[in-house]
Design a protein around this ligand. Structure first.
Ligand SMILES: O=P(O)(O)OC[C@H]1O[C@H](O)[C@H](O)[C@@H](O)[C@@H]1O
Length: 522
């Protein structure tokens, strides 16, 4: 069953939201806090060790009611059921969308074309487990009989960004294997990686859902040539494995059948890190940690599927984001994790959200008359405070922020952590409250800057009233990172449903590829 088609702008709630926007656009969040002394509590949600505070948004309880009404009128409940049970909601490619099945902890059947996919998912997971244990313990060895010291993930887009982000994000939990990533077709990328490596002790994981991607195949061929300078064709079976849906092509490359990890066309590239595409994650942190990562996502799936909208974290984040995008005219959102480990979160979320929802044709095939996909960007706190935050605080654009903080530091350095978290809280507060002319005036008087007051005052005023969500997690670990990523996946899904677009195809990436190929032929 396909998704129900509803143009969001024709719903009663959209019209009411347009009216309501006029009432709220000039209200300062400070007065919303004054009206409701429990606002922070009322606009907070908890899931396991994760706490979401969305009180610093330009919304009232009425805004939320209308936004959630919009979700209902968009038939979100129906869409969520179709998503989880494996209906072909990726209609343009006639595919189900089942990354959630990859982390599903129970054995209840999920049918695709009448066939239960759960057994093969578990089989592949077992294969990942066995292979991980053998490589980590040095039982699966390179061609010359030495255990592996290095793993190279060769892939691009969804076959790179997710594993790369998670391996770096969970570096604290890493074992002795060094993990490298080669993605770009730029030959200097692969050359820089190879120059550090010993062919005898390096395992290459070639990851490509289609096994037709120019970058990955070119890099894989270059690596194979480099490898064959020291080894024979027969040795490829020891040092190369692949993750793909395209078994014939992988075999054509020379990779042994036993070394192929399958995936399925019902897993989108940007949602594939839960499948064998995550093999390099499992190799880097061990299978038990990888399983905890999947379990964290599964727990969030249950929350998303079963919680009514007002207390549903992905739904709340999605509709608030729509409020800014479609009513305030915000074009972008910034995501700022306060941990250096998550430096690659923003590039990952860029693909997740922008490749999914960067669409301008609705599910009827008609041009949309409203804004869709957000521009996502970001980097880690506190670095961003010394870089782009000037524009977020005082620029002309309204840019909602997601701050992501962790209560505990992994190495337990309290001095650093207190300073880090003071900044996490201070940024949200500064965006919210700003600094009025009176406050600036007072400060300057105190510091004896009297003669400069008139000239400098306007430059030092912060308007405030700039929105942010604060996600606070106890500790960065495999489970919490799994849940966090699942939140953003489901947020993306909800937005696609409300915008009435197809979130799971990506035809927009094809034209550039075609033209590059034509240029190569000529
Ligand atoms: O895994 P692959 O088939 O090699 O695809 C890698 C990437 O390339 C494509 O062009 C898509 O834009 C991405 O969604 C995909 O993740």
């Amino acid at each position: 069953m396909s998704l129900i088609n509803i143009n969001p702008t024709t719903t009663a709630s959209w019209k009411e939201l347009s009216e309501h926007y006029k009432d709220i656009k000039d209200i300062h969040m400070k007065s919303l806090f004054l009206e409701d002394s429990d606002r922070k509590k009322n606009m907070s949600l908890k899931f396991e060790d994760l706490h979401l505070d969305f009180s610093k948004n330009r919304i009232s309880e009425e805004t939320l009611t209308l936004l959630l009404q919009l979700a209902k009128e968009s038939k979100l409940e129906d869409a969520i059921e179709k998503y989880f049970r494996g209906d072909k909601i990726n209609a343009t490619e006639n595919r189900a969308v089942l990354h959630t099945a990859l982390r599903n902890n129970n054995t209840e059947p999920i049918l695709v074309d009448g066939q239960d996919i759960v057994p093969e998912v578990h089989e592949t997971l077992q294969k990942i487990k066995k292979f991980t244990q053998e490589v980590v313990q040095g039982e699966f060895k390179g061609y010359s009989g030495k255990p592996f010291t290095d793993v190279v993930n060769v892939g691009i887009g969804g076959s790179d960004l997710g594993p790369n982000m998670v391996v770096e994000g969970l570096h604290y939990y890493k074992n002795h294997l060094k993990t490298h990533f080669v993605s770009n077709i730029d030959g200097d990328h692969v050359a820089e990686v190879l120059k550090e490596l010993d062919p005898e002790t390096t395992l290459f994981v070639i990851v490509s859902k289609t096994f037709t991607t120019q970058e990955t195949l070119t890099n894989a061929e270059t690596i194979k040539k480099w490898f064959l300078q020291s080894a024979t064709e027969n040795d490829i079976q020891y040092n190369f494995v692949a993750v793909s849906t395209n078994l014939e092509k992988v075999k054509g490359f020379g990779i042994a059948e036993d070394n192929i990890f399958t995936m399925w066309n019902w897993v989108g590239g940007r949602y594939s890190l839960w499948s064998a595409v995550g093999l390099s994650i499992s190799l880097a942190i061990g299978f038990d940690n990888f399983k905890n990562f999947l379990d964290g996502a599964y727990a969030m799936d249950q929350h998303f599927r079963k919680t009514e909208f007002r207390h549903n974290i992905p739904v709340i984040l999605a509709v608030i984001s729509i409020w800014y995008n479609n009513f305030f005219g915000s074009e972008s959102e910034v995501v700022i994790p306060y941990t250096q480990y998550l430096q690659k979160l923003a590039p990952f979320l860029q693909q997740l959200s922008m490749e999914s929802n960067g669409k301008s044709v609705d599910r009827n095939g008609e041009k949309v008359t409203y804004q869709t996909g957000n521009i996502i960007w970001g980097n880690t706190g506190t670095n961003v405070q010394h870089a782009f935050m000037q524009l977020v605080h005082q620029g002309t654009k309204l840019i909602p922020v997601d701050f992501i903080g962790f209560k505990e530091s992994l190495y337990g350095n309290e001095d650093h952590h207190q300073k880090l978290m003071a900044n996490y809280y201070a940024q949200a507060e500064a965006l919210f409250a700003g600094k009025s002319a009176e406050e600036v005036h007072l400060d300057m008087k105190v510091s004896g800057d009297l003669q400069k007051i008139n000239t400098l005052l306007p430059f030092k005023v912060f308007e405030g009233n700039r929105p942010s969500n604060a996600i606070l997690i106890k500790k960065l670990d495999p489970r919490s990172l799994g849940s966090l990523i699942a939140i953003y996946e489901h947020k993306t899904f909800v937005q696609g449903i409300i915008w009435n677009i197809y979130s799971f195809d990506q035809f927009g990436v094809e034209l550039g590829k075609e033209l590059a190929n034509k240029l190569l032929v000529n």
